[in-house]
Design a protein. Structure first.
Length: 284
């Protein structure tokens, strides 16, 4: 049987297996590409399959944004060598552009194809870690930030009663500080009220059980234990909730107080409505 060169090339690109193994697989499957790929995987020869088992702690984030909307894409790989490759960086940017243009919050066929293509070209385990999209509504402003190493990207949506405040350079600088805050402090929620009741109740129950079972609190009164539990819960909120975090530029000020200051500068009421954040690495 004469093996098709095009099918042989396609099978090698898909699996990374050796040329003789690809020829054998095509021969045994009557040149059915899908069946040949499955056969190589069954033989344990698929390099692509083995790649999927390797850690992806490197990579980069791409950000596409304007005042009205923003999109983030986070693509992970195995090595910083690949993460710094121009073709890889361009692929991540194309993914973000696709999300930006179509308002995507999840992958689509075009993005899946881009990821598969760059994985074949780079010959590493490449994993799409996330896609995020945010869009302004009436009276909103989008601020965004991409860290210099392209490992963390952020966008926030801010609403003002008087959107004319978004023409004030001082207000915009202050709002950008909030994007930096989200990038550095990685909040999970805007406010504690945004945390589902079941999670809040579960947190309080867990902390209460820990205090009850900790020998160092055994001789404490119930009222004192309740105060300890409340303090630990408050500490959790101060980390998890943006409005309760300490401002990265002044740890004596909470973000809620910081926003109060921005409102005074803006001369109108404003608030952070939503944020998105994507990051690459072991510590996200």
């Amino acid at each position: 049987m004469n093996i098709s060169i095009d099918r042989l090339k396609a099978l090698r690109e898909k699996t990374g297996a050796g040329i003789m193994d690809c020829k054998r697989a095509l021969f045994e499957t009557d040149q059915d590409l899908g069946a040949a790929e499955s056969l190589i995987a069954e033989w344990g020869l698929s390099v692509a399959q083995k790649r999927q088992e390797r850690a992806t702690n490197e990579g980069c984030v791409a950000l596409i944004a304007d005042r009205g909307k923003a999109a983030l894409a986070s693509l992970a790989c195995e090595t910083d060598f690949v993460a710094l490759n121009a073709s890889y960086i361009e692929a991540v940017r194309k993914i973000a552009l696709e999300a930006f243009g179509k308002g995507l919050k999840a992958s689509n066929e075009t993005i899946d194809t881009l990821v598969a293509d760059i994985a074949r070209r780079m010959k590493e385990n490449i994993a799409l870690k996330g896609i995020a999209f945010i869009q302004a509504e009436e009276g909103d402003y989008i601020d965004s930030y991409l860290h210099g190493d392209a490992k963390t990207g952020v966008a926030i949506r801010v609403h003002a009663d008087d959107k004319a405040c978004f023409e004030n350079p001082g207000v915009l600088r202050s709002l950008h500080d909030l994007s930096l805050q989200v990038a550095a402090s990685n909040p999970s929620y805007l406010r504690r009220e945004a945390i589902p009741l079941s999670i809040r109740e579960g947190l309080e129950r867990t902390i209460r059980d820990e205090v009850e079972n900790d020998a160092k609190y055994a001789d404490k009164t119930e009222s004192l234990k309740a105060g300890i539990v409340a303090g630990k819960v408050k500490k959790f909120f101060s980390t998890a909730c943006l409005y309760e975090q300490r401002f990265i530029r002044d740890d004596k000020t909470t973000i809620a107080q910081c926003i109060d200051g921005i409102q005074r500068e803006a001369g109108t009421r404003l608030s952070v409505v939503e944020f998105i954040r994507l990051a690459i690495g072991k510590e996200l």
